[in-house]
Ligand binder design. Sequence first.
Ligand SMILES: [Zn+2]
Length: 96
Amino acid sequence: MALDWLDRFHHDSEKDPDYAQKTLAAYRLGMRGKGSILGVVIESTPTCCDAARNLPYGKVYHPDDAPHLPLPNCRQGRHCGCVYRPMMTYQRQEEP
Ligand SMILES: [Zn+2]
């Protein structure tokens, strides 16, 4: 599947300088393609910076609106563990 390369990003690996741009562009394409991608979520880790952990948990962003990673006020920069994950339509949780 076309998005497989995205899974090669591990939380502890350094992000490419254009990580946000490339990743969001791929999701944007994916949303157009089969319509199975709802948007992106930002997955942070316990070792992530405060900026990442303070993001609303589980919020689904449109790729155009998603904050760019690494976050501007992140002290770990490209080493920060926060990554984008696709939110697929089949993963959608029922709104209360
Ligand atoms: Zn961070």
